[in-house]
Design a protein around this ligand. Structure first.
Ligand SMILES: Cc1cc2nc3c(=O)[nH]c(=O)nc-3n(C[C@H](O)[C@H](O)[C@H](O)COP(=O)(O)O)c2cc1C
Length: 170
């Protein structure tokens, strides 16, 4: 699948079949995250791959994972991340989001559905998974076999802004 086919085929899935994701597929999704670029190659990322009942209950207390059988909690370590000297901006969110996007697109490539989730209570995840103080949960990526309506790859023609609203050519 070429990049545009893949990117257009991906859509948020909010209903999943009760089928476990194969371990080989989980490994490939994690590998896609591992090879993602991060600022200054600091790789300040920790990923919690949640599949067991206890872990999914913790996630469900923090967010709505839409019944997905597999949930990744992608976290960033603010002490390990690259920091911009001019204004002190820390790259944690950017790094974690590139990792998440790589993983999400790989899930699509593997025929899996996914949804990116930011509406969660970070304190519940931190406590539930015993995360160290410096680690911040940035994104949740819920993954599984879709039981949702398939969205058209052509929907971006109307569901996204036109290029002239997005780009300023100088
Ligand atoms: C940073 C980010 C946060 C998001 N948070 C949520 C969320 O908390 N809950 C949810 O149902 N969808 C969430 N989404 C999914 C978006 O709503 C969705 O990607 C967007 O509406 C476009 O639809 P599509 O993914 O089907 O193309 C999030 C997406 C991104 C990129």
């Amino acid at each position: 699948m070429d990049f545009f086919e893949l990117a257009k085929r991906r859509h948020s899935v909010r209903k999943y079949k009760d089928i476990a994701v194969e371990p080989e597929k989980i490994d490939m999704i994690l590998e896609a995250g591992r090879i993602a670029p991060t600022a200054a190659n600091r790789q300040p990322i920790r990923i919690y791959a949640v599949q067991n009942k206890e872990g999914l209950v913790i996630v469900s207390k923090a967010a709505n994972p839409f019944g997905a059988p597999l949930v990744f909690v992608i976290c960033g370590d603010k002490n390990a991340a690259w920091k911009r000297s001019y204004d002190g901006k820390i790259a944690t969110d950017i790094d974690a989001s590139i990792v998440t996007d790589h993983m999400m697109l790989e899930a699509t490539e593997l025929g899996l559905g996914s949804v990116w989730i930011c509406k969660f209570d970070p304190a519940v995840l931190k406590k539930g998974f015993g995360m160290p103080e410096a680690l911040e949960p940035v994104n949740i990526l819920a993954v599984g076999y879709s039981d949702d309506v398939v969205k058209s790859p052509d929907r971006h023609d109307t569901e996204r802004k036109a290029a002239d609203e997005l780009v300023t050519f100088i």
